[in-house]
Design a protein. Structure first.
Length: 361
């Protein structure tokens, strides 16, 4: 039996991680980014936790309103899609808050099956649902009091950036489209990061198929699936990691990602896990498929030192019909540093304010 590359774990292993994380969050809104709102003060940017239904699933989101928000006025709005493994309380919330400080009504929601949103099995990560999450945020925020539905933009970060490119192809409510450190989940799950797993595509598809069989036909799963998981739903990814393992991780994306998600910006709802069966759908999907359907203004941002920048470059070159498209390189930044490091966040926010200001008039 070949050894599966992914780390497969049982659900019970998550319990201690979640309990540990819950004791560390001191912000009353659960926010873990620098400069986060700690209380709603009249005349300042405020945060409003909301829930709504999307395809029968409860979605948990935060809406940010600008300083001196007046429900009788009309404001431009921006939907913010979070990274893979991320949640609304991390970098998506940071950018949503910063854009609210610039006068936008913004929304950041946890993806279905993830974070504080509903959906089973937990940590399902299928492209259809991630695209629907973005459409659903547009549905909700377009009806929010004070929002000018004709001035709606979208920002996708990391994996949320790839899903944003797909959602914007057909959703013309988005008048301006932006990505930050875009991660093409389909390409990476299929080919491996930096095309490092091209020779195991069929093997991994077989593992994903076995995992689906295990989920759908309890007690009748294939023998290989039972052997690998002990009869439990298999997950891919990383549930926990030691400092030594982090230090030995060779790529900036994953080393700094582990530090961000499991150390400096840890949150109990955030995880690097996804159901192995999700690979059936991820590996046959690509953020750039039909990207020529994007005819809205497009801004794509990436750090000059990001080892993921090749994905932004690929997508940008294929977006042949996007209006006034621009590739903005954040000098000196790695992928994860664009999530939190003030000097790079400030550069990205400044560019976003310029971009949305020009295209959401």
């Amino acid at each position: 039996m070949k050894k599966i590359r992914f780390i497969l774990i049982a659900v019970f292993m998550l319990t201690s991680i979640i309990s540990l994380g819950q004791n560390k969050i001191k912000n009353p809104f659960g926010l873990v980014y620098e400069g986060a709102i700690t209380e709603n003060v009249k005349g300042k940017v405020n945060i409003h936790p909301v829930t709504y239904k999307l395809n029968g699933i409860d979605i948990a989101a935060n809406v940010y309103t600008p300083a001196n928000y007046n429900a009788s006025k009309k404001y431009p709005a921006v939907v913010v899609a979070h990274p893979n493994g991320g949640i609304k309380e991390q970098t998506a919330g940071l950018y949503a808050q910063r854009l609210a400080e610039a006068g936008y009504i913004t929304i950041a929601a946890d993806a279905a099956f993830q974070g504080a949103s509903g959906g089973e099995p937990r940590h399902t990560d299928k492209p259809f649902f991630r695209e629907e999450d973005i459409h659903g945020m547009a549905d909700f925020i377009s009806q929010y009091t004070g929002v000018d539905e004709n001035r709606l933009g979208v920002l996708g970060i990391c994996g949320g950036g790839g899903y944003t490119l797909k959602a914007a192809q057909s959703d013309k409510r988005f008048k301006a489209v932006a990505t930050l450190s875009m991660f093409n989940s389909g390409e990476v799950r299929r080919n491996g990061f930096q095309n490092s797993q091209l020779n195991t595509i069929q093997e991994r598809l077989k593992q994903a198929s076995d995992a689906r069989a295990l989920e759908k036909v309890s007690g009748k799963a294939t023998e290989s699936a039972r052997e690998e998981t002990g009869g439990k739903i298999p997950f891919s990814g990383v549930a926990s990691i030691t400092d030594e393992e982090i230090a030995k991780t060779p790529t900036d994306l994953y080393r700094e990602g582990y530090e961000y998600y499991y150390r400096t910006h840890a949150h109990p709802n955030s995880t690097f896990l996804y159901t192995t069966s999700s690979l059936m759908y991820l590996m046959s999907w690509d953020a750039t498929d039909q990207i020529e359907l994007i005819d809205q203004p497009l801004l794509m941002m990436a750090g000059s030192k990001a080892d993921t920048k090749y994905m932004t470059d690929e997508a940008f070159s294929k977006a042949t019909n996007a209006k006034n498209k621009e590739l903005f390189v954040i000098d000196g930044a790695t992928h994860i540093q664009t999530y939190w490091k003030p000097e790079y966040v400030n550069k990205a926010v400044t560019k976003l304010i310029e971009f949305f200001g020009q295209n959401l008039k």
